[in-house]
Design a protein around this ligand. Structure first.
Ligand SMILES: [Mg+2]
Length: 348
């Protein structure tokens, strides 16, 4: 366990002092949500399994894990301490984003939490608060926590599985983009990467101004544009995914699945980079790398037929082209093949 958490453990009760039932009794009240959020949960926490409605006979499902020192640090080089609230919020946001990216709405989550025995109880309570705050504030108005599991381990690990509904519609896949389509973006791109760079820099977190702090906050508590996914599906989106590993990397995934080429509009890329100027100037770097390679904002990348009016929240970012005779699926920026950037869990 890192020193920062150990020093606080000395002053705060840890989970070691509680039975599983005691700890659940501290967590459950923080997971209670309003009737609209729980409408799909026919049977919630308390039995061996939950029961969740699937009115149209289809369930959209996804899962994501965050592990301490792999996906987040408790203490960052710039002095920022990751709160339980941050980890809970991010777990909700990442999972809700994957449901959004299918054009669906989340209906419930189950959570598996592994904790070192010296984790402060207050940190775990914060995590439950962050999870429900993320669901509420991001606008997942039909979602609640239907159940979960607690265990002990050497490091903190949070796994969330999320269920969703298409309300009778068809999912929007990565493979449906066609030559002539418009490529569009909803939400931000590169902000979370700027925030990560700030967390890893030697500029103390408590000296950051509001213009830089907003990026750090977005890295710790992402704000995916929930609602834009179902809106894109209703507007006739031909392909979609969320940008979790970077515009280039995720753009290439869409291009490969659809067997097309993507051309990004250089003017739009420059506009997206300009927004990141406060952090880029502070750290002395080119913000284009964050726009092209940064993930974790969980914006949506979607394609639409060119005669469709883009739904609210989307702006054009490029265009879809047929493959030439001697090139494969990929992403072009300013006419050149873009082959750098993006996050790969196994390559780094
Ligand atoms: Mg995704």
């Amino acid at each position: 366990m890192p020193e920062d958490l150990r020093s606080r453990v000395d002053r705060q009760p840890s989970v070691a002092g509680l039975s599983e039932a005691d700890l659940l009794a501290r967590i459950f009240p923080r997971l209670q949500m309003e009737a609209g959020h729980t409408a799909s949960t026919l049977l919630g926490p308390g039995d061996d399994a939950a029961v969740v409605a699937a009115p149209d006979g289809k369930t959209v499902i996804s899962i994501d894990t965050q592990v301490q020192d792999q996906d987040f640090r408790l203490l960052w080089p710039n002095g920022y301490r990751t709160t339980g609230f941050d980890v809970g919020w991010k777990a909700a946001a990442q999972n809700l984003s994957d449901i959004n990216a299918m054009g669906a709405q989340a209906t419930s989550m189950v959570v598996s939490l592994t904790l070192p025995v010296d984790t402060p109880v207050s940190w775990v309570e914060d995590l439950a608060d962050g999870l429900t705050a993320g669901i509420r504030e991001l606008g997942a108005v039909r979602c609640s926590v239907a159940g979960g599991d607690l265990g002990r381990g050497r490091e903190i690990s949070v796994t969330v599985a999320v269920l969703g509904t298409l309300d009778g519609g068809r999912p929007v896949l990565r493979s449906g983009a066609r030559a002539g389509d418009i490529l569009a973006l909803a939400g931000t791109v590169g902000h979370a990467a700027a925030g990560l760079a700030l967390l890893e820099a030697d500029v103390p977190a408590d000296t950051l101004g509001p213009a830089e702090r907003v990026f750090l906050d977005l890295q710790c508590r992402p704000r995916p544009p929930l609602g834009a996914g179902p809106a894109a599906r209703a507007a006739g989106a031909t392909a979609m995914l969320d940008i979790s590993d970077g515009l280039l990397r995720d753009g290439r995934r869409l291009a490969a699945a659809s067997n097309v080429a993507i051309a990004l509009d250089p003017a739009r890329l420059a506009e997206l980079a300009e927004v990141l100027a406060p952090a880029a100037v502070l750290l002395g770097v080119d913000p284009a790398q964050w726009v092209l390679g940064g993930g974790e904002d969980h914006g949506l990348l979607a394609t639409f037929p060119d005669d469709v009016q883009l739904p609210p929240g989307f702006t054009a970012l490029g265009s879809i082209h047929a493959l030439g005779t001697d090139d494969g699926p990929g992403v072009l920026t300013a006419g050149r093949a873009a082959d750098t950037g993006g996050w790969d869990h196994f390559a780094h």
